[in-house]
Design a protein around this ligand. Structure first.
Ligand code: ATP
Ligand code: MG
Length: 584
């Protein structure tokens, strides 16, 4: 049964009588004054100042030295205007690529939004990348300006600068009294002398705004292009799926170097006029709980990996904190095991709402919305305006067509390719410099996500796995998620990665890599117990035949289990692009 809890704030979001349209969603935004088009930064910043809400807190930085720094919408407007003026003075403008390579500090937010104001294209990059991944991404993005710190410049960029002829400007943050090295400029000094007034030039909804690199979970990261119109989807999905409202204190734990940290860590909450908490430090269970409580976070957006790490830190720690301030908690990026959903309800007092989307979709597509009944393990239903389907597919996810050339919808519960009807505002408009790759994402009028899933009779979507990770064994098609989730139910298990290992008889044998909870010893008895435990839950066809204990699993820096690396290591194959691998 569906329960739409009253007072959830969705009433103001009733679409007109004819039902939801993207035009209606667009009407919730302002557009540039004088009908000069649509610009993400205007919707995120300036419109609040123009409507008299400039004194509200836009960004709250929890600095690494333990202090807190609040920026009002008015402050953010002035700073982003200054940044846009600096770019203009340096000859950087419409369509030019501007990359930030910075920790989560105010300049990331100022540069991203200031770049959008200047009609240039913003790419926040994760600062822990090494030289080669940085070079590849700056090259791919035709980057003309880079914003970074003196130390990151010295360590990661100076040596590759000569290989980047398109990189004209390097803007350094935090030089203090030291002089800018050759070939760089002192951004702080330029900002201080720039005017805080700026008029955003006309930008069309289809103008390029953001270039995001995918997580590299399945191979070399791809550069997905997004346009200013994406803000329509960021705004409405922020309200539908995350229930964001103006009075919210919102914490998105993703780094702006990944799409979640930009679409929902910057744009969506600011377009709503909420306060965004930015924690400059990395994960620490104790501090995270304290942050939720002390900052009175009302909407919290995080990842399954982070939730599993909180689980691993123990139930007691969770109970030491009062998290009743959290009205909605949501997660994205990886399958959210039912075990984790149940743990969040029992021990955090707030149920994690899973939702699904990708760098390519730019915004949330499928969600367990606020006020809907949660079935642990399900990603929920498509958000308004999104048409999704599960279509029958063959090897590598290629759609199967019937003799008349029509696609074949999968039956309820049957795994198939998760596809979306193109045309939503935040859909990527291309992979940079890879038009064939982009074209290959579309077939028979659908966008092919590359993920396999099923849909039940009530319209809920259930994740199976990436088409690359799905295992064929003895005639069955098995998603690693199902096997991993079953093992996660065992109290000794902290995290699991499952792969298929080729086998002459069965096609593939399922092998599980298991990380145990702290204080649990890896013994042969426990291995047998876990194999038996999985068999009792999954049946012999689906249960793993092999199981090994590992200290930890390889993850991308955005928190995804790198199953392709487990597979490559197991089979002695080349390890492939590891630029996004989290150091183990
Ligand atoms: P690459 O495309 O470079 O291999 P990636 O697909 O991990 O990397 P992202 O765009 O960051 O890059 O991630 C999107 C993918 O993450 C989805 O296609 C899906 O496989 C997975 N994902 C996201 N949300 C969920 C979810 N709620 N449940 C299961 N999987 C999810
Ligand atoms: Mg992908």
């Amino acid at each position: 049964m569906e329960t739409d809890a009253p007072g959830r704030g969705t009433a103001a979001l009733e679409p007109p009588d004819g039902g939801f349209t993207w035009a209606w969603a667009r009407s919730l935004l302002d557009g540039l004054p004088g009908g000069r088009g649509l610009n993400i930064a205007h919707e995120a910043v300036d419109r609040h100042v123009l409507s008299g809400a400039g004194e509200r807190t836009a960004l709250r930085f929890l600095r690494s030295d333990g202090t807190r720094e609040d920026w009002t919408y008015h402050d953010l407007r002035a700073a982003t205007n200054r940044f846009a003026n600096v770019l203009g003075a340096l000859g950087i403008g419409r369509g030019d690529g501007v990359v930030t390579l910075l920790d989560r500090r105010p300049e990331v937010y100022v540069a991203c939004l200031g770049t959008l104001k200047a009609a240039a294209v913003s790419t926040p990059l994760f600062p822990a990348f090494g030289r080669d991944p940085i070079r590849q991404r700056l090259e791919l993005g035709h980057t003309r300006a880079l914003v970074t710190t003196p130390s990151l410049y010295r360590k990661r960029v100076a040596a590759i600068r000569s290989e980047l002829p398109e990189l004209e400007q390097v803007l350094l943050v935090g030089l203090g009294s030291t002089t800018a090295p050759d070939g760089t400029v002192d951004l702080d000094a330029l900002l201080a002398s720039a005017s805080p007034d700026f008029t955003i030039p006309p930008t069309e909804p289809e103008d390029r705004a953001l270039l995001h690199f995918t997580s590299g979970t399945t191979g070399t990261p791809k550069g997905a292009i997004h346009v200013h119109e994406a803000v329509v989807a960021h705004h409405i999905t922020g309200r539908w799926a995350l229930d964001l409202r103006r009075d919210d204190v919102f914490w998105c734990t993703a780094d702006p170097g990944w799409v979640t940290g930009t679409s929902y860590g910057i744009i969506a909450p600011l377009t709503v006029g909420a306060t965004v908490v930015v924690d400059e430090r990395d994960f620490d269970a104790e501090r995270w709980y304290a942050t939720l409580e002390e900052q009175q976070v009302s909407v919290w957006y995080t990842s399954p990996t982070a939730a599993r790490m909180l689980m691993r830190a123990g139930d007691e720690l969770a109970h030491e904190h009062d998290l009743s301030c959290v009205r909605l908690a949501a997660s994205v990026g990886e399958p959210l095991n039912p075990e984790v959903v149940e743990w969040s309800t029992d021990h955090l007092g707030v149920t994690l709402h899973d939702n699904w989307w990708q760098t390519e979709t730019g915004g949330i597509m499928i969600a367990n919305g606020p006020g809907t009944e949660i079935r642990p393990g399900s990603m929920g239903r498509p958000v308004p305006g999104i048409e999704a389907a599960i279509l029958r597919c063959g090897d590598e996810g290629v759609l199967l067509l019937d003799p008349g050339g029509e696609v074949q919808p999968a039956a309820p519960g049957e795994a198939g390719h998760l596809v979306l009807r193109p045309g939503w505002p935040s859909m990527f408009r291309g992979y940079l410099d890879a038009p064939e790759r982009y074209a290959a994402c579309f077939q028979a009028g659908w966008y092919l996500s590359g993920d396999l899933a099923s849909v039940d009779a009530e319209g809920r979507y259930w994740y199976v796995g990436r088409s690359d990770d799905v295992i064929k064994t003895a005639g069955h098609l098995i998603g690693p998620f199902e096997v991993e989730s079953a093992l996660m139910e065992h109290p000794s298990v902290s995290e699991v990665g499952v792969i298929g290992r080729p086998d002459e008889v069965a096609g593939s044998i399922i092998k599980a890599f298991v990380a145990l909870r702290p204080d649990v010893e890896a013994t042969e008895d426990l291995e047998l117990e876990l194999l038996g435990f999985a068999r009792s839950r999954l049946g012999p066809a689906v249960a793993p035949r092999e199981l090994v204990f590992v200290d930890s699993l390889p993850h991308t820096r955005s928190g995804k289990i790198l199953r392709r690396l487990l597979r490559a290591r197991e089979l002695g194959l080349p390890e492939g692009d590891l630029s996004t691998l989290e150091p183990q």
